[in-house]
Design a protein around this ligand. Structure first.
Ligand code: CTP
Ligand code: MG
Length: 227
C-alpha cells in the first residue's frame, strides 16, 4: 500500500538538554533525523516525505538532507507550538492521498516491515498504530501510596508510526482544532470521533530519542545492526 509520510521534526528537544534540537545530534556519523528519513527513502511504498521543521532550522535541515542524498523529502512546512500543530500543518499541505503515516523524526530505528503492516491495516480499517506490550507491573498510586495494580494484559505502550486513511485523519485533525482538543498522539483525535484504531505490534527497538541515555541505547542498536 503506497503512503505519504509526515515526520514532525519541529520540537526543541528540551529533555535532551543539548544546546540544539536533538534531531541534529550525531548518532553513528549521521544526524538522528537522517537515520529516520533513510528508512522512508528506502521504502518503495513511500510516495513522498513531508517534514515539519522550525523556520530557523529549515536551512540546516535542508543542507543535511542534501548532504545525505535524500530525494523523497517533498515539502518542509513550518512547525507549530505543539506537536499536533506541526502534524496539522503538514496534513493541510500534502496532496490528497489514500493513506498517510505520521512518524516521529526522533524514532530512527523503525523497521520497513512495521511501516508496511501499518499502511496496509490503515487502508483496510481506517487507523493503525504501532505499540509494544507493557513489560513492567503497572500500579496506580495516590500521594505515594499504591491504590491499585492494573491488569497488564490489556496495556500497550504506544509509539509511532500511526497510519490513517487521509480523509479520516484530516477530519479528526480539523475537528480537534475547532474544539481546542490537544492530544498526545494522532490516534487520540480519531478515537474521540468514535473510529476504531487497530494496534499493530512493533518492536522495543523503536525508541524515541528523548533523554541523553537514549543516545547510548541508540548507539548499541546501530552497532548490533551493523554486525
Ligand atoms: N515535534 C514537532 N513540533 C513540536 C513538538 C515536537 O514537530 N511543536 C516533534 C519532535 O521534533 C519529535 C516528535 O515531535 O520528532 C516527538 O516529540 P518529542 O520527542 O517530545 O520531541 P521534542 O518536543 O523536541 O522534545 P522535548 O519534549 O523533550 O522538548
Ligand atoms: Mg515534546
Amino acid at each position: 500500500m503506497m503512503y505519504t509520510a509526515i515526520l514532525p521534526a519541529a520540537g526543541s528537544g528540551t529533555r535532551m538538554k543539548a544546546n540544539k534540537n536533538k534531531l541534529l545530534l550525531e548518532l553513528g556519523g549521521k544526524p538522528v533525523f537522517i537515520h529516520t528519513l533513510e528508512v522512508f527513502e528506502a521504502d518503495p511504498a513511500c510516495r513522498s516525505i513531508w517534514l515539519a521543521v522550525k523556520p530557523e532550522e529549515q536551512r540546516i535541515m535542508e543542507e543535511e538532507i542534501k548532504r545525505f542524498g535524500l530525494k523523497k523529502v517533498y515539502g518542509l512546512t513550518g512547525g507549530g507550538k505543539e506537536r499536533q500543530d506541526s502534524v496539522r500543518a503538514c496534513l493541510e499541505a500534502i496532496p490528497a492521498c489514500e493513506v498517510v503515516l505520521v512518524h516521529d523524526a526522533a524514532r530512527p530505528f523503525i523497521r520497513q516491515g512495521t511501516i508496511r503492516r501499518l499502511a496496509e491495516t490503515a487502508a483496510q480499517e481506517g487507523a493503525a498504530i504501532a505499540a509494544v506490550k507493557v513489560k513492567d507491573t503497572i500500579k496506580k498510586a495516590e500521594n505515594g501510596l499504591v491504590s491499585e495494580t492494573v491488569d497488564r494484559d490489556s496495556l500497550w505502550m504506544i509509539q509511532t508510526p500511526q497510519a490513517f486513511r487521509y480523509s479520516l485523519l484530516l477530519e479528526a485533525t480539523r475537528s480537534a482544532n475547532e474544539d481546542g482538543f490537544l492530544g498526545t498522539d494522532e490516534s487520540m483525535l480519531t478515537e474521540r470521533l468514535g473510529y476504531p484504531v487497530r494496534i499493530v505490534e512493533s518492536s522495543y527497538e523503536n525508541i524515541k530519542i528523548t533523554t541523553p541515555d537514549d543516545l547510548i541505547y541508540g548507539k548499541a542498536i546501530l552497532e548490533q545492526r551493523r554486525q
